[in-house]
Design a binder for this molecule. Structure first.
Ligand code: THU
Length: 132
């Protein structure tokens, strides 16, 4: 699957967002070594802190289908932003635990903005199991 195809999947995932409060839909798509794609969208709640982001939902979706950190090869995230969408701090922490350090993360918007990055760039000096 190409980068553009994975980005298209993230846009499809975005359509599944449940966002009655923020109205801000986000979509994420995770590609595995075997070629499977797992989607995630944000799911909100009237109790606002319980809102779950697209990136975390995609990762948890994949893990509940038996995928492991080393199985992931790329992730795409998209939203209606002016430039490439910026994952929140909580998602960066979760990505850093569950997604390979050097795998590409494509941050996009609904137009042609694209930032290809990694979790190490997004969350340098991350807290991890070696700190425990
Ligand atoms: N959100 C995501 O799903 N991912 C991001 O990268 C940024 C923020 C969600 C959380 C909430 O449902 C809405 O966007 C507004 O913050």
């Amino acid at each position: 699957m190409t980068r553009e195809e994975l980005i298209k999947k993230a846009r499809e995932a975005r359509a599944l967002a449940y966002v009655p409060y923020s109205k801000f839909k986000v979509g994420a798509a995770l590609l595995t070594k075997s070629g499977k794609v797992y989607l995630g969208a944000n799911v909100e709640n009237a109790s606002y802190p319980l809102c779950n982001c697209a990136e975390r939902n995609a990762l948890y979706h994949a893990m509940m289908n038996g995928e492991k950190k080393e199985d992931f090869v790329a992730m795409a995230v998209t939203g209606k932003t002016a430039g490439p969408i910026s994952p929140c701090g909580a998602c960066r922490q979760v990505i850093s635990e569950l997604f390979p350090k050097d795998a590409p993360i494509y941050l996009t918007n609904l137009e042609d903005a694209l930032l290809e990055t990694t979790i190490v760039e997004l969350l340098p000096f991350a807290f991890d199991d070696s700190d425990l």
